[in-house]
Ligand binder design. Structure first.
Ligand code: FEO
Length: 178
């Protein structure tokens, strides 16, 4: 059993994760549109990951005997200045998700809600990995450059990362990682 307040906050987080999914789907569509198939696959993999995150929360709310309330999902951006700008926007977005997860942990702790506290630990760990992965890609793009041969190389590498992610998702359906 969770409090009304925690249930409401988790419903909001379901919405935030759904927005994250939409956000990456938009980046995937844009990448495909401008011919970056590797970027498109990587952002598509992130889209699938975010839907998994949302559904973890959905299941937890129901498992705790609370109601799932679906809220409107905001419109994501659809135009991006450059591939690097997309990646930097991704990092800023994940940092804001991390702050939000930390707030949820604080709420669970202040309510002495041990179950929700434990449930959220998976998300805390996931955020460390998400931020680290995006930072690594950004550093590489800054080093190699996001045009010409450099961009071609990064696009190929992101395509390979996406293929590896898809394989992992097939063997462990609820696993995260980007
Ligand atoms: Fe669901 Fe990328 O955090």
């Amino acid at each position: 059993m969770i409090s009304q307040h925690i249930a409401q906050q988790l419903n909001q987080q379901f919405n935030n994760e759904s927005y994250s999914a939409y956000f990456y789907l938009s980046m995937s569509a844009h990448s495909d549109f401008i011919g970056l198939k590797g970027f498109a696959s990587w952002f598509m993999a992130k889209y699938h990951e975010e839907t998994t995150h949302a559904m973890k929360i959905y299941k937890y709310i129901l498992d705790q005997g609370a109601a799932v309330r679906l809220l409107a999902v905001a419109q994501p951006p659809s135009d991006f200045a450059s591939p690097l700008a997309m990646l930097e926007e991704t990092l800023r977005h994940e940092q804001s998700v991390t702050r939000r997860i930390n707030e949820l942990v604080d709420m669970a702790v202040s309510e002495k809600d041990h179950a929700t506290h434990i449930f959220l630990q998976w998300f805390v760990t996931e955020q460390i990995e998400e931020e680290a992965t995006v930072s690594e890609v950004i550093n590489k793009v800054k080093l190699i450059g996001d045009r010409g041969d450099g961009l071609f190389m990064i696009d190929n590498q992101l395509g390979q990362k996406a293929a590896a992610l898809a394989k992992t998702a097939l063997s462990t359906p609820t696993s995260g990682g980007s």
